[in-house]
Each structure stands twice: as C-alpha cells, then as structure tokens.
Ligand binder design. Structure first.
Ligand SMILES: [Zn+2]
Length: 216
C-alpha cells in the first residue's frame, strides 16, 4: 500500500499582532476619534494584505485611552475599525480581530500595554504558541509588551520613534533582547515572508515565488 509522507512538524496558526496608531495609520496625539481621522501610512494596508496572502492572520492590539478619558465612545472606536477593514478590503487584506484596552493609565487595568493582558487574551482566543507570535509596533511600549508576553518583538521606525531624544531609542532597544527594527510595515512584511520562505526551503519544502506584483 502506498504511503504518503506528511510533514512531521505541527503547524500552528500563523499570527501577527499589530499595534495600530503609528503602525498601520498615522499616530495622533489627540487620538483617532472618528473614521475621518484614520490616515493609513504609505504601504501599510498593502503590507497587511501581503501577509494575509502568505497565510498570516493579523489582529490588532491597541491602547485606546481616549475611551477611558471620555473623548470617544465604543461606537466611535467600532466605526474607526470598520473603516480600517473597509480600506484593507480594498487592498485585499483583513484584520481578524481588534483587541483594545479602553482604559486610561490611572485606571490600573491589566490590559494596557506594556502589560501583557491583551496579548495573553489573543493567545487564548486563537490558541497559538505565544513565543511563535510576532508583535509589531511603533512605540517602545510595544516592544516592552512583546517582552512581557514572550512573543517576537518588532519595532517600526516612524514618527513616534523619531520623536524620542537622540540615543534614547537605542537605549530602550537594548533592554529588549531579540528586538528587530524595520523601516515600516512593508519592510516587516518583506522580512517575515522572506524568513519563512528560507525556513521552508531549508526543510526541503516546495516554495512558491512571491506573489508581489512587479513594479510598473
Ligand atoms: Zn485596560
């Protein structure tokens, strides 16, 4: 009787956790309070779509203290996330779920990043090995969150990082071993897709060419 070889390694769900403000859309000091204030960063929506096309699920983990401060309500936050998914859909991508901390810093909750509460909740909901999960953010707080939760830390260079005093970012980066820095979400997507391709090729699996369209 013929026998088919199946891969012996267990395949977990491929999950990337994304910060929102400064990672996908432009960060605002006064919070993104309505869909009109949601401004996607260049290439970010397409980067999410590329990750999705390569089998990565993408979820948000975001602090939204504007709710705890009474500057916006849950309806407004839902409207912003609906708009984000509409824009993503146009780019061919999607966010599976948006996990958020609605509390103000003084509320003393366990879900406000850099505490790992949101990430732990995501880990349970999606039944993933948290150390295999990539967490991508634009603030040092995201790196600290990844370190606290035990997932793979990635930091994007952007406005939020650039606003730190010179040398401060490097100091903070040194506190999070294994952290990788990328220019933007597109660069992270490139890195992750290429890294996975190399790993699969190294295991002798068939690898498809990247599906990214050639530049015109
Ligand atoms: Zn919270």
């Amino acid at each position: 009787m013929p026998r088919t070889e199946s891969p012996t390694h267990h395949q977990h769900m491929k999950l990337v956790i994304l910060g929102r403000d400064g990672t996908i859309n432009r960060y605002r000091d006064d919070h993104v309070k309505s869909p009109d204030e949601l401004e996607p960063l260049p290439g970010a929506l397409e980067a999410v779509a590329r990750l999705n096309h390569h089998g990565w699920h993408t979820v948000l983990a975001t602090n939204q203290p504007g709710i705890g401060r009474g500057l916006m309500d849950m309806g407004a936050l839902n409207a912003v996330h609906l708009r984000l998914n509409e824009l993503l859909q146009q780019a061919g991508g999607r966010i599976d779920a948006a996990f958020f901390c609605p509390h103000a810093p003084e509320d003393g909750c366990g879900c406000r990043k850099p505490l790992p509460g949101l990430i732990e909740e995501i880990g349970k909901r999606f039944d993933v090995e948290i150390h295999e999960v990539h967490l991508v953010g634009a603030s040092l707080r995201d790196l600290q969150t990844a370190a606290a939760a035990g997932c793979q830390p990635h930091l994007l260079r952007g406005d939020r990082l650039a606003s730190l005093p010179p040398g401060r970012a490097d100091e903070l980066l040194a506190e999070v071993p294994g952290a990788r820095v990328h220019e933007d979400l597109a660069a992270f997507a490139d890195w992750l897709i290429e890294t996975e391709r190399r790993q699969r090729a190294g295991r002798g699996e068939a690898v498809e060419p990247d599906s990214r369209p050639l530049p015109l």
